[in-house]
Design a protein around this ligand. Sequence first.
Ligand code: PMT
Length: 221
Amino acid sequence: ESQFVPKHLLGKRVLITAGPTVERIDPVRFLSNDSSGKMGVALAAAARDMGAHVTLVHGPLQVPVPDGVTAIAVESGTDMLETVLARFDDQDLVIKSAAVADYRPKTVHSEKHKKVHGPLTIELEETTDILKTLGEKKTHQLLVGFAAETENLEQHARDKIARKRVDYLVANDVSQPDIGFRADDNEVTLFRADGAHVRLPRQSKRELAVELLTHFKEDLR
Ligand code: PMT
């Protein structure tokens, strides 16, 4: 899908994360989530169409990587953190639409777990919060987080803006079936660090991506 969009991001460097992360349990099993990557891929394609140099750091995607962007495939949250940090200084805008796993198995088994051993307990530990790490390091970059919520969207979104020191937070209600994870459409509330917010009604992820980027470009330094 390519439609005419004004080149509002001409020459800007934009890094977008998309899709789920994958945390290994053993060589054949993993923990992951329902993210298809559609939202992040739509943002990457829209930013490209608006003239940006786009880097897309992504977990396993259910949609193709768009042409004309630099795509880097990663698996775990640690891979994503290292990949993003290594490129952070060069960016004008960073958008974290990936659904990063909050927990990973404490031990990764090098052999496949056999059922003969009986019930299996997997101990989980917290992963590093990539967005929060970037919030602490940012200098000139405009930093945008997403928030997947199932309740108290506004309160949680405002907490995340403050805690993770982001410039914008895009909150979607993932309890609704036709938007959010895996869907072709999304409907979000965009919160700005200064407290302003705007509701962006249900539309295709492509249209929403153009609208979001049009907001962000106003604050690019
Ligand atoms: O991929 P799709 O199927 O198109 O679905 C899109 C989406 C629902 C995944 C997307 O719109 C979305 O909401 N992405 C963020 C999902 C998420 O992880 O939300 P969260 O509220 O758990 O995390 C908040 C923010 O912190 C996110 O920007 C996330 O990338 C970031 N985070 C979270 C945990 C962690 N360890 N590191 C992070 O950087």
